[in-house]
Write a protein of this length. Structure first.
Length: 733
């Protein structure tokens, strides 16, 4: 073989036999150093890191390094080590630890970077899901085509306590966390087990995690009990989401010390509604009655309808322990078997609850309305009421249906007015999301005996409509006072992102439903048409849930934006101060302005809004976890039979099916589908059998059997009915 030409001599081969000239080699070397900002390498280390095999190319690395250093692209140390001169970006964000191999950093809005940053597990610096971190972003995108980086500093831990199951060996113990995004077991010294026994559920607090250690070290702070028992599992969910188990003793004492007497002076300072027909309508098992409705016919033929809300801020004063506790909790949480209240029982079920046949202090929005449900005028202020009747929803609906019983005429009239308000709201572009709500029948031990879907009747919609009217009126009243310049707490819901809506539209097509994505009112009409189409159909629940997820999330903020879902220019939460802290904020600001006060600075109130939105999200996640737990337990105890279902998700590793009868979702693993080898068609979201060409796609109606349930993971494993090849391969746990 002859000598290489001059041109050939400048070329070599990199990994995989790819030809690389000197310019390509220079780019490769520079890219490597730029993406290892702050680190130094000599030529041999670079050759090794770049996995260069060709001897000619190896020999070219050293001269290229000196050339890049001479040109100022890189720096050279006296020891002949080289490093990047390119300035990386430094950003702050929150860790989303999606799997054990890597995480994403959700970047703070101030950085104006829309793309999440990919971080390999080795570069996380022991940061965990939800932690706030400072990150160095590599100047160039990685091989995935995404922005990549590494954590430089852990700024704030989102949590240091986890719930999990103890595994004890002769010399040491570990806690295996329940939280799916915690990918590290926690090492516990035998002396720090707090009396926990093997396989018990515990709360463990991380005490140390030295750099270089594979696992953090922790100490058991609370033994919850035997895994699988109802009380233990519910307490596990409470601990997992950082929900309080009880009130501090001093807070309970502070609540008990509040007098239940209403002074004559207090009544004199309020509008007196005690002589006007008033009633409450709530769930049958409710004890905290936030709101009451009053009704009377005026001399001019119009109608006065009062929405009276518990005056919580009369009892919970700023800078008290009760106030601080209410702010910290920010919302009541409704798990499957219990309520974790925002306020102690003395207030939530006693002083503030609008119980019948008792004088109660309220904050009211009172409307004069004509027979067309048009508001002629309104009044907002503090009041005193005396409820004549406490209705459960079912009782009130029965009185309307039968046209008999207590206050059936008043209830019927109010229902007719509410229907007019509702119709008008939808005409203006409100979206009609009628979500499926699953409820359980539990025995005294918490075991699920049955499952049913809660039905929303006219009476539920009636109460909802008058609450919406009060909330909207309060928001618009404050906004109109000073064209939105006054600090106030709004509940805002942004317009949906058209790209996400397009994705949802494509998903709905798989079920045979067409959605024409437009803008504004047209979006609402298209969504409402879809909601009407799917009523009572197997795909109703999944499409409703996905439609909601494709929308923007409603949040609390001082920014006076509108509410897309309700089609209101301005909206707030005024009607539930017993269970929502933002409503307490609204009451305080509202009275401040009614008293002629000037607008306070907004930053403090915005911080409180952000906290309330975060707490609301936590509550929602905990409520979903408790429902999922009971669904898994219910299916573990349910009859061993075939169930009808609908395919609601398809991935390369499995098919997600919602069981129509129980609304429970489970997964069929691709690896367990033994009748063929299935390939994933990502574009069309389907699996295709390579031999039989059988297709499994979104919207397919299928028959399934339950083959395994896992309480810890809250998962249900399914198989297609009739697939006998693996019926006995797994068992329920």
């Amino acid at each position: 073989m002859g000598r290489k030409s001059k041109n050939q001599a400048s070329k070599g081969k990199a990994k995989g036999g790819k030809v690389m000239d000197s310019a390509q080699l220079a780019r490769k070397v520079l890219n490597f150093l730029d993406n290892h900002f702050g680190e130094e390498f000599n030529s041999k280390q670079i050759v090794k890191k770049l996995e260069i095999r060709d001897s000619v190319v190896k020999g070219g690395v050293e001269p290229i390094l000196h050339k890049l250093a001479a040109g100022g692209s890189i720096s050279k140390s006296p020891r002949n080590y080289f490093s990047s001169n390119k300035e990386p970006d430094f950003i702050e964000g929150v860790v989303d630890f999606v799997n054990p191999r890597f995480a994403y950093i959700v970047v703070d809005a101030k950085h104006n970077i829309e793309e999440d940053i990919l971080i390999k597990e080795a570069d996380l610096k022991n940061a965990l899901d939800g932690d706030r971190v400072r990150v160095m972003v590599y100047p160039l995108k990685g091989h995935t085509g995404r922005m990549e980086g590494k954590v430089l500093e852990l700024l704030e831990r989102s949590r240091d306590e986890f719930v999990g199951r103890v595994e004890i060996s002769p010399r040491f113990a570990f806690v295996v966390p329940d939280f799916k995004k915690m990918h590290h077991d926690i090492f516990v010294h035998k002396g720090d087990l707090g009396g926990a026994e093997h396989n018990q559920k515990v709360v463990v607090k991380m005490t140390e995690w030295r750099e270089g250690d594979k696992n953090p070290t922790g100490k058991v702070t609370r033994v919850l009990g035997k895994a699988g028992e109802h009380e233990v599992e519910i307490h596990s969910i409470m601990a997992e989401f950082g929900l309080p188990f009880e009130y501090p003793e001093d807070i309970t004492k502070e609540a008990e010390a509040i007098s239940d007497e209403i002074s004559k002076e207090e009544i004199k300072n309020r509008k007196d509604f005690r002589g006007i027909t008033t009633f409450t309508i709530d769930p049958a098992d409710a004890k905290d009655f936030d709101d009451a409705i009053s009704y009377r016919v005026l001399d001019n033929g119009n109608f006065e309808i009062g929405v009276h809300i518990a005056d919580v801020t009369h009892y919970v004063k700023p800078k008290t322990g009760l106030e601080k506790e209410a702010y910290d909790r920010a919302t009541s949480v409704y798990l499957v078997d219990r309520t974790i209240p925002m306020l102690p029982e003395r207030l939530s079920n006693g002083l503030c609850s609008l119980r019948p046949n008792e004088d109660k202090l309220t904050f009211s929005c009172v409307f004069e309305m004509d027979e067309n449900a048009d508001v002629v005028k309104h009044w907002i202020g503090r009041t005193v009421i005396h409820s004549d009747r406490r209705f459960a929803y079912e009782q009130a609906q029965e009185n309307i249906d039968n046209q008999s019983g207590d206050f059936f005429e008043e209830l019927t009239f109010l229902n007719d007015m509410a229907k007019k308000l509702r119709r008008r709201r939808f005409d203006k572009g409100a979206v009609n999301f009628e979500t499926v709500e699953v409820k359980f029948q539990l025995d005294e031990k918490g075991t699920p005996l049955g499952l049913f879907v809660k039905e929303r009747k006219d009476i539920h919609k009636m109460i909802e409509e008058f609450m919406l009217l009060a909330n909207r009126t309060v928001a618009e009243f404050i906004f109109d006072k000073n064209k939105g310049a006054d600090t106030f707490v709004y509940r805002v819901h942004d317009h949906p992102d058209l790209e996400r809506l397009e994705t949802f539209s494509n998903f709905a097509k798989k079920f045979g439903h067409e959605i024409k994505v437009g803008e504004g009112n047209r979006i609402s009409k298209a969504l409402n048409q879809l909601m009407d189409e799917i009523q009572g159909k197997p795909e109703q629940n999944v499409l409703e849930q996905l439609a909601i997820r494709s929308m923007a999330k409603a949040i609390y903020t001082v920014e006076p934006k509108g509410h897309f879902g309700l089609a209101f220019k301005h909206y707030t939460h005024f009607t539930s101060p017993i269970r929502r802290y933002p409503d307490m904020m609204v009451h305080r600001l509202l009275q401040h302005y009614l008293d002629g006060g000037k607008s306070p600075e907004s930053e403090t109130w915005e911080d409180k809004c952000l906290h309330s939105s975060d707490r609301e999200k936590r509550a929602s996640n905990a409520e979903r976890a408790s429902i999922k737990y009971k669904q898994v337990e219910f299916m573990a105890l349910a009859e061993d039979k075939d169930y009808d279902g609908i395919v609601v998700g398809v991935t390369e590793w499995g098919v997600f099916v919602e069981i129509t009868e129980t609304k429970c979702e489970g997964m069929i693993r691709v690896q367990d589908m033994n009748d063929d080898y299935y390939e994933f068609d990502e574009k069309n979201m389907r699996l295709i059998g390579t031999k039989n060409k059988k297709m499994i796609t979104l919207g397919d109606k299928v028959s399934v059997r339950v083959v395994a349930t896992d309480i810890d993971r809250r998962t249900i494993d399914l198989e297609f009915a009739g697939n006998e090849s693996n019926n006995n391969s797994r068992k329920r746990k």
